[in-house]
Design a protein around this ligand. Structure first.
Ligand SMILES: [Zn+2]
Length: 257
């Protein structure tokens, strides 16, 4: 049994072919999913997906802040997020995805304030954070310093070196391991994942994004989780049964609801 801890199943490619994908997930024994939100445009669709098997997160992704800033609705949207999350507390398993991204034009100060709003919200509702961090691991640490608590959350789609991964794990975060480790060129990230404590690791696809080596001509999908797992086993000293058991436990703990 597998848990894809980060996949965008509300996106059109999955919605338009739901039955086919359900069949693929069953065949691959992927039976649990965490579907994060990207912003106000998909909050209701995400809430519709919530079930025992499809856990969900509500939040605003840093790459989707700009249209809200341009429309002068960001403050209002953050307030709506707070109200919606509170109202649906029993149906959600996380706040996110949220975080920081160096590649985008939105000023880092604006990203930081939206992120810190969501850190406060997660703390208030006792929910883990689903964090998107692109070349911002140091600012993620600064934002979370002194905010440690049980089940703080996960940095999803981790790409970086061992020092960065260790710094995030020391804060109490889990590390979302995805397609990055399937690429031989991602040597630093592969080395980091090889050395981290096993109880800090969960698996994810970030489907439909983040292509997987050998499958780059197919859209990414949760049924590739066993393939990512095989790469993980190659990197780790433990047996595959110990790894799969622990990964399942970590994922259920993270998104226990
Ligand atoms: Zn994502």
């Amino acid at each position: 049994m597998w848990f894809d801890t980060h996949c965008h199943l509300d996106f059109e490619c999955f919605q338009n072919d739901w039955q086919t994908y359900q069949h693929r997930f069953e065949e691959a024994k992927v039976s649990r999913f965490l579907v994060p939100a990207i912003g106000p445009s998909n909050w209701l669709a995400i809430l519709d997906l919530a079930s025992d098997t499809h856990r969900i997160g509500l939040g605003i992704h840093p790459c989707f802040l700009q249209p809200l800033i341009d429309n002068h609705t960001l403050d209002n949207d953050l307030e709506r997020l707070g109200a919606l999350a509170l109202e649906n507390r029993d149906h959600i398993s996380a706040i996110g995805e949220c975080g920081l991204d160096k590649r985008i034009d939105t000023p880092i100060s604006t990203q930081l304030s939206a992120f810190s709003f969501q850190i406060d919200l997660a703390e208030r509702l006792e929910l883990p954070l689903v964090i998107h961090s692109v070349q911002q691991h140091h600012n993620i640490r600064e934002s979370l310093k002194g905010r440690q608590r049980d089940n703080l959350g996960v940095v999803h789609g981790f790409s970086g070196n061992y020092q960065q991964a260790k710094m995030l794990v020391d804060l109490g975060l889990k590390i979302g391991v995805g397609g990055v480790i399937t690429w031989p060129t991602a040597q630093k990230t592969r080395e980091a994942i090889a050395k981290l404590p096993l109880d800090s690791i969960v698996l994810e696809t970030d489907a439909p994004d983040m292509r997987i080596s050998g499958q780059q001509h197919h859209p990414n999908s949760p049924h590739f989780i066993p393939l990512i797992f095989n790469h993980l086993v190659e990197l780790r000293p433990e047996s595959s049964s110990i790894i799969s058991e622990k990964i399942w436990e970590n994922s259920i703990y993270l998104f226990s609801r």
